[in-house]
Ligand binder design. Structure first.
Ligand code: PBG
Length: 332
């Protein structure tokens, strides 16, 4: 490597760290409100805001309050909100038909947000787990998660979400072939502008625990998701999955979880240069909140540093439960 700084004592790296002004001037990466996608939990009822115990600071909101929260997020400049439904156990079935009910909780929330906050982009989740009696993202037949039948169901779910007004479809199921099938169906139905943000490299992670509480899937889930979510030891496989999903028609790709997988983010960004996102998942959020509540870390500083790290790793944006708090801080 050619020297890019004169040898000591003429060259001193500390000169560039001497004040906030100089540090700001030489900073390579910054976090802005444009980088945020806010995941939210929706439940039925009216005027309800109920805390999620394993995610301090996160609530499940009824549709009316989701619409209000989306309007506030829009006012703060948050570009996108991502919906996850807490489905009543009585609506969970073997065939998961509630998933493509045009009037299910998630689709009602999309319409309510579009009315209250027309400028914020609405992202959805495509997977069967909120509607499945056994908590899996795909159909279970004789103890196995079946791929192709699941993809057919996911396509119906996608079309119902697009009809309701979703801007960005977020398949989080990890079935093979779903991106191509969804893209084809969207095109055929005239939804040319609906984007797909593929959860392309989604690992079988223990960091999703608090989320499964939040959507009420923990009790339902039988077994684990290792036959469809990725093996945490793999890195090359992530690149092959991202390439496959981009080829099938994904507009944007996601790596999930976030902080433990920043090496994957960097490889993906460097290899494809596509719009790349990471999901700072529930367990990552819970760890930061728990340590902060105990006074063991400075929660605000750790939050900002953790999110900046995603930018440094090459991400264009981050799905984070911290989104409104960060947006408020960045607004000053
Ligand atoms: C399920 C889904 C999960 C998350 C988003 N969509 C959990 C899972 O795969 O079991 C996790 C998000 C989080 O932990 O914050 N389709």
């Amino acid at each position: 490597m050619k020297p890019t700084i004169a040898p000591y004592p003429h060259g001193r790296f500390r000169r560039a760290r001497q004040s906030e002004a100089i540090r700001g001037l030489v900073r390579e990466n910054t976090l802005t409100v444009d980088d945020l996608i806010w995941p939210v939990f929706v439940r039925d009822g009216e005027g309800i805001e109920e805390p999620v115990p394993s995610m301090p600071g996160v609530v499940r909101r009824s549709v009316d309050l989701i619409a209000k929260a989306a309007a506030e997020a829009q006012a703060m400049g948050i570009p996108a909100i991502c919906l996850f439904p807490y489905t009543d156990p009585s609506l969970k079935t073997q065939d998961c038909a509630e998933a493509w009910n045009p009037d299910n909780l998630s689709n009602r929330a999309i319409r309510a947000i579009k009315q209250a906050a027309p400028e914020i982009a609405v992202m959805t989740d495509v997977a069967l787990d909120p509607y499945n009696i056994n908590g899996h993202d795909g159909y279970v037949v004789d103890g196995k998660i079946v791929n192709d039948e699941t993809v057919e169901a996911l396509v119906k779910m996608t079309l119902a979400q697009a009809e309701a007004g979703a801007d960005i479809i977020g398949p989080s199921d990890m079935m093979d072939g779903r991106i191509g099938a969804m893209r084809q169906a969207l095109e055929a139905a005239g939804h040319h502008d609906v984007m797909i943000l593929s959860y392309a490299a989604k690992y079988a992670s223990a960091f999703y625990g608090p989320f499964r509480d939040a959507v009420g899937a923990s009790g339902a889930l039988t077994g684990d998701k290792k036959t469809y979510q990725m093996e945490p030891g793999n890195s090359n496989e992530a690149l092959r999955l991202i390439q496959r999903d981009l080829t099938e028609g994904a507009d944007m790709v996601m790596i999930k979880p976030g902080m433990p997988y920043l090496d994957i983010c960097r490889r993906v960004k460097d290899t494809f240069g596509a719009p790349t996102y990471a999901y700072q998942v529930s367990g990552e959020y819970a760890m930061i909140q728990a340590a902060a509540q105990n006074g063991w870390i400075d929660g605000e500083k750790v939050m900002l540093e953790s999110l900046l790290a995603f930018k440094r790793a090459g991400c264009d944006g981050i799905l984070t439960y911290f989104a409104p708090r960060v947006a408020k801080l960045l607004q000053g």
